[in-house]
Design a protein around this ligand. Structure first.
Ligand code: SAH
Length: 409
């Protein structure tokens, strides 16, 4: 018998917990014994009284508890327990960082690393954390101390300024947690390329680390094509460019020209700095500040064409209810992008909306190709980088999907 508050499930609603899914929804709960405060440790029992899991309680959220241990003998409130989980997650990323050509990655990917609600990204000696759930937030002092002990960062910075905290009734939080204030831009290396990251104001924790492997794939594809036609190296259109990650990789692959499109002038400005960091200051790069939906049309009117287009839009669908509207948005930009591609050209197209499945996304791109009458092949499939693992028990952890398409004609 546990001394902790107990969550008793409704009869026959214990399947997902037994399958070790980390999210326990309110609808599966029969009753709660004791009065667990936000984030409290709770023991989950079947209706018949069998211990099933340990979790962190969240009274405010539909995800009423986040489960992380399925053995009653675990002692999940000890520092030892969480140090073990953190060590395991951090160690898993060491191969990625080993040769020194990459100095930034996600170290802790929340549920998929067995630490619900905690994200930790590393940018050189700067570590950035996000506390996304009541359970993780309630243990912030412990996690902060363990991260300092395990990572010896010069800076531990918080970027819990995300909407999901509202669902847990947590206010946004950001700021310095330990060490010295981060520099305006933190210098990192990614696959041997240099980037400056603004961990205070940048998107997410500063950089789209989840696209690292896909940026490398683009570089390889551009390099292959440049090798075949060195005098006619590919031209690249980088839509939703942010700080020009894909642009730098395209130039590293030998692209002859890059056009970046983004609504954020600040992101494009940092993109310029990133070009300079990699001695591409003189490269043939054009930045267009504005709305991609309009600019893609304008480029078509101007009869511009490209050998590769990257479409990496922000999340269009936040809930199931958004899917229809989002699908129209994805279809539109994919149609516009396909019209701009030369025969043989490549489309790197993404969706980071968890609510849009890979299958649906492929259908959307298919619909787009059909409507603009282009013959299109899939030559590759992409997902989030390996430091953003997806626990098999938690398919919801997979949000980023992408297709490498080749326009036949
Ligand atoms: N590909 C980037 C990440 C893109 S994130 C990388 O690898 O780093 C999405 C970007 O889309 C953001 O920079 C955001 O400013 C931009 N954005 C959002 N809505 C837009 C719109 N309607 N038109 C153009 N850019 C937009």
């Amino acid at each position: 018998m546990s001394e902790y508050p107990r969550v008793i499930l409704t009869p026959q609603r214990d399947v997902s917990v037994r399958r070790r899914h980390p999210w326990l929804f309110s609808g599966a709960i029969k009753r709660v014994e004791g009065a667990p405060p936000p984030g409290a440790l709770v023991a989950v029992y079947s209706f018949e009284g069998t211990f099933l899991a340990w979790g962190h309680y969240s009274a405010a959220s539909q995800i009423r508890a986040r489960l992380f241990a399925w053995d009653e003998r675990d002692a999940p409130e000890t520092a030892e327990f969480w140090r073990g989980r953190l060590e395991r997650a951090i160690a898993a990323r060491q191969p990625l960082l080993a040769d020194g050509t990459t100095t930034a990655c996600r170290l802790v990917n929340a549920e998929s690393d067995g630490i619900p609600g905690l994200v930790v990204d590393r940018y050189g000696n700067v570590a950035v954390v996000q506390y996304l759930s009541a359970g993780a937030d309630a243990r912030r002092e412990l996690f902060n101390a363990l991260l300092v002990e395990l990572l010896h960062p010069t800076t531990l910075y918080e970027r819990s300024d995300v909407d999901v905290r509202e669902k847990e009734r947590l206010d946004p939080r950001e700021g310095l947690l330990y060490g010295t204030e981060p520099p305006e831009t933190v210098e990192i290396l990614e696959n041997g390329l240099h980037f400056g990251v603004d961990v205070r104001h940048g998107h997410k924790t500063g950089f789209y680390l989840d696209q690292r492997d896909n940026r490398a794939l683009l570089r390889a594809a551009v390099a292959q094509r440049s090798a075949v036609t060195p005098l006619n190296a590919p031209t690249v259109l980088n839509v939703f460019a942010y700080t020009g990650g894909f642009a730098v990789y395209a130039l590293a692959g030998g692209a002859s020209a890059v056009t970046n499109v983004d609504t954020s002038a600040e992101a494009l400005r940092l993109g310029r700095e990133n070009l300079a960091h990699n001695s591409f200051a003189e490269a043939n790069v054009e930045d267009i500040e504005g709305d991609a939906f309009a600019i893609l049309r304008e480029l078509h009117t101007q009869k511009r064409t490209f050998d590769a287009v990257i479409l990496d839009p922000p999340k269009f669908a936040f809930t199931q209810g958004d899917v229809k509207r989002a699908a129209r948005g994805y279809k539109d930009i994919n149609m516009q992008a396909l019209r701009l591609l030369n025969p043989g050209g490549l489309l790197f197209t993404f969706s980071c909306s968890g609510a849009i499945s890979a299958d649906l996304f492929q259908k959307i791109v298919f619909g787009a190709a059909l409507d603009v009458k282009r013959d299109v092949q899939i030559i590759g499939r992409m997902t989030q980088s390996s430091d953003h693992p997806v626990a098999l028990t938690f398919p919801e952890g997979e949000y980023l999907k992408g297709l490498v398409c080749r326009v036949v004609r």
